[in-house]
Write a protein that binds this ligand. Structure first.
Ligand SMILES: C[S@@+](CC[C@H](N)C(=O)[O-])C[C@H]1O[C@@H](n2cnc3c(N)ncnc32)[C@H](O)[C@@H]1O
Length: 336
């Protein structure tokens, strides 16, 4: 990490400033290890260039597993010339309105960055990119941005973020708050970190009364099953199912969804028995997204009204719904 990022960090519990001790730097002057202390002597280590504010992954183990296995599948650079070229950038632009003109030269934070596919877009648009992530995916993200002085990866909890208030120009969280026990609280924390007038974007799973993948009966049952097994076994079985769905079931479901008459049967089967991401024309990406749907400990779904209320309660103004979907919104941080 570049040492200049130290000034935005604070203790997540007392909110006080931190003092660095025993720092070690690499040959480029980047901080690779050290210890951060708050005013009462609590210690937070910096390990392999990542400041760590949580001792363990907590409920995010499935994500640690997922991102170590599929560390760059969704990165734009991995998809050049393929059918999914541009997919991640289009998703970012339909959830946020953070164009290069707006964010260039600013500092942008992502809550729940995983391995960093969206941070990669932010940094290429000329902004400093800061990712907060609970799981061991921080080590994957750090490797993905090795040596980049404009990227900071931090291991911590978005429900108790280790950043000072109002230090970021923009903040976003995509596909994350519904994986926490307190999504509204998570958004409030993000809003507090953004400067007055700065923008915040948030995208969460939409409630569909069981018609969509994420709240279908099949996905709910699979999640319950994999989470009731010991973590190691649950992850391996879920991975096998994800491969089965992406490489075998896909060849029935993808055409069936396009044939009138068969599409209703395919819809019934996928929502009751064989969940999967059957619309993506990239097998690795299907495996990853299917695993991602059937394993998380928390995965709530929400309505537009709920998400609007979260923004309002956090003091935001000018809330607008984004093209990505009814539960993708952008708003302005409060003016004080
Ligand atoms: C579905 S992934 C999305 C990752 C990234 N936003 C993307 O779309 O590529 C959700 C991420 O949120 C992280 N996460 C969940 N709860 C969190 C928390 N309380 N604090 C920080 N990260 C969290 C997970 O570990 C996981 O990497």
């Amino acid at each position: 990490m570049h040492p200049s990022f130290l000034e935005i960090l604070c203790c997540p519990h007392t909110r006080s400033a931190l003092t660095l001790k025993e720092p070690e730097y690499d040959s480029n002057g980047l901080l690779i290890s050290g210890k951060l202390y708050n005013e009462r002597g609590d210690e937070y280590p910096i390990i392999r260039g990542v400041p760590r504010f949580v001792g363990q992954e907590s409920y995010s183990q499935s994500f640690g597993y997922e991102w170590h296995r599929w560390s760059r599948v969704q990165f734009e650079s991995e998809n050049i010339g393929t059918r999914l070229a541009g997919h991640t950038t289009r998703m970012f632009d339909s959830v946020t309105d953070f164009t290069a003109q707006k964010i260039n030269g600013g500092m942008v934070v992502e809550f729940g960055c995983g391995p960093g596919r969206f941070l990669d877009i932010v940094r290429t648009r000329g902004a400093k990119a800061v990712g907060l992530e609970l799981s061991s995916a921080v080590d994957v993200a750090r490797r993905n941005f090795a040596g980049d002085v404009n990227v900071l990866i931090v291991q911590g909890d978005i429900l108790q973020p280790p950043f000072k208030n109002k230090v970021f120009d923009y903040g976003y969280t995509i596909g994350v708050l519904h994986h926490t026990p307190k999504p509204a609280h998570g958004l409030k924390q993000l809003v507090q970190l953004v400067k007055p007038g700065g923008k915040i974007a948030c995208c969460v799973y939409e409630s569909t009364d069981g018609k969509g993948l994420y709240d279908s009966k099949a996905v709910l049952a699979y999640r319950w099953f994999f989470n009731s097994l010991p973590a190691g076994a649950g992850h391996v079985l879920a991975r096998w199912y994800a491969y089965f769905s992406a490489y075998i079931l896909y060849w029935f479901f993808a055409p069936a969804f396009r044939i009138p008459g068969l599409s209703a049967i395919a819809g019934w089967l996928s929502s009751r028995l064989f969940p999967g991401v059957y619309y993506l024309r990239n097998a690795k990406w299907r495996v990853l997204d299917t695993f991602d749907a059937i394993t998380p400990t928390y995965a709530s779904t929400h309505t537009k009204t709920e998400v609007q209320a979260w923004f309002t309660e956090a003091g935001c103004v000018n809330t607008t719904v984004r093209p990505f979907g009814s539960t993708s919104l952008v708003a302005e941080a409060p003016n004080q």
